[in-house]
Design a protein around this ligand. Structure first.
Ligand code: PMP
Length: 423
């Protein structure tokens, strides 16, 4: 606290303006969050001048790191032409083509401005297309902050203890059935009971909002099979996983084709974005080619399209293999530290994402994540912050590594972890 006086004073002002002093609950931590003045490469700098190696990356979008000069130059040049005609622009076509070429199961798509909007529209579309009401989601799965998805949800809604928030009508939550991620029997039981009423199953292919949990072999394959058998749609929420592990949606990494896909974060390069897309015949039900209403003043706005396009062009030529190996090696080194300490903890890692759970031998589903030692995680967060390393201030978020991180950074992380676990 001694080193963050300016953040504290800004927080006092913010606290009188915004509920809890923040504009998104995940940003808050006790006694006050850090206010970030600038960011460059893999580092962020707070208003007091402290710098931190960042493993939050804006909660996911900043996979190139901050202030990439090529992205900046491209966006600056584009903005000279003005930024908001509210009419179609060439950039949206180029970005859309780039996405379809690299994620071919997204045959048609629509750009929106957040992951929340993307899943809301995908769910409505699935209901309209099938003429059914019921949505199946996974316990702890987070798909944004709208009524259809804030039902036993993850992310900030877990940290803040309102997995089903007040304000969602029972009539809405009664149309959402909750299964358990990585538990085929829990999905099977719902289909046995409600099969012909299920419009869609929505899940993140890799669970990223209760910490990080990889899919068990066979689970996602089963979701594909059971939805096809019952005439229900499968929606992969790839807001976190899209373009994370390779230059593609995660569905292409595992070879499972969903009917609909949602994306966000990376494809906008740090500007607000979302996308829902998928099978052409389903997407053609969206207005104006079909009857399912969807619109947005800021949809495909040039600022987001320019950031997205510049970022994606750069990512298309980036070496995901090297990044994934860097993070895998880091996870291995952290596991060695855990073993050497005689303590119990788990590290889950998929591509450049990882999370640490204290007090658990393994974390395979929401229940496992919920029973991890959150108090120790928050002590770990504070320990790392003092060492100049910024991890998410919640057990239920995921650590992200960018192309700007180096082996010196990850070694420093492992060293910080070693000190913590030995203490
Ligand atoms: N889906 C998933 C899987 C997410 O992780 C998030 C946000 N973390 C969302 C949807 C919502 O995206 P946004 O915050 O852009 O509305």
């Amino acid at each position: 606290m001694e080193n963050t006086a300016k953040s504290e004073s800004l927080f006092r002002r913010a606290d009188s303006l915004f509920p809890g002093g923040v504009n998104s609950p995940v940003r808050y931590f006790d006694p006050h969050p850090l206010f970030i003045a600038g960011a460059s490469g893999q580092r962020v700098r707070d208003v007091d001048g402290n710098t931190y190696t960042d493993y939050v990356l804006g909660y996911g979008p900043m996979i190139l790191g901050y202030g990439d000069p090529d992205v900046l130059a491209r966006v600056q040049e584009g903005l000279r032409e003005g930024w908001f005609p509210g009419a179609p622009n060439a950039e949206e076509v180029s970005l859309g083509e780039m996405i379809r070429e690299s994620s071919p199961w997204v045959e048609k798509m629509r750009f929106v401005n957040s992951g929340t909007e993307a899943t809301m529209h995908a769910i409505r579309l699935a209901r309209a297309y099938t003429g059914r009401k019921v949505i199946v989601k996974m316990e702890g799965g987070f798909h944004g902050a709208h009524d259809y998805s804030l039902i036993r949800s993850g992310s900030g809604s877990l940290t803040f203890g309102t997995p089903s928030t007040p304000g969602v009508p029972e009539e809405v939550s009664a149309t959402v059935a909750v299964a358990s991620y990585n538990d085929i029997a829990s999905v099977e039981a719902i289909f046995d009971r409600l099969g012909s009423e299920i419009a869609a199953v929505i899940t993140e292919p890799v669970f990223g909002n209760v910490g990080l949990i990889p899919p068990e072999p066979g689970f996602l394959e089963y979701l594909r099979k059971v939805t096809s058998e019952h005439g229900s749609l499968l929606i992969f929420d790839e807001v976190i996983t899209g373009y994370r592990v390779e230059f593609s949606a995660y569905q292409n990494v595992i070879g499972i084709r969903p009917d609909l896909t949602t994306m966000g974060k990376i494809i906008g390069g740090g500007a607000p974005i979302g996308l829902f897309g998928g099978r052409k015949e389903v997407m053609e039900r969206v207005t104006p080619s079909g009857p399912v209403y969807q619109s947005g003043t800021f949809s495909a706005n040039r600022i987001s399209m320019l950031f997205g396009l510049a970022t994606m062009e750069k990512l298309a030529n980036s070496d995901y293999g090297t990044l994934n190996r860097l993070v895998k090696d880091m996870a291995v080194a952290i596991r060695e530290e855990i073993e050497g300490s005689g303590k119990v903890a788990t590290v889950n890692q998929v591509g450049p994402m990882f999370q640490i759970f204290f007090g658990k031998e393994s974390v395979k589903n929401y229940r496992d994540a919920m029973s991890a030692d959150r108090g120790t995680y928050m002590r770990f967060f504070r320990h790392m912050l003092v060492k100049g390393i910024y991890v998410p201030p919640s057990q239920f978020e995921t650590c992200f590594v960018s192309f700007a991180h180096t082996i010196e950074d990850t070694e420093k992380f492992v060293q910080g972890f070693r000190e913590f676990i030995r203490e």
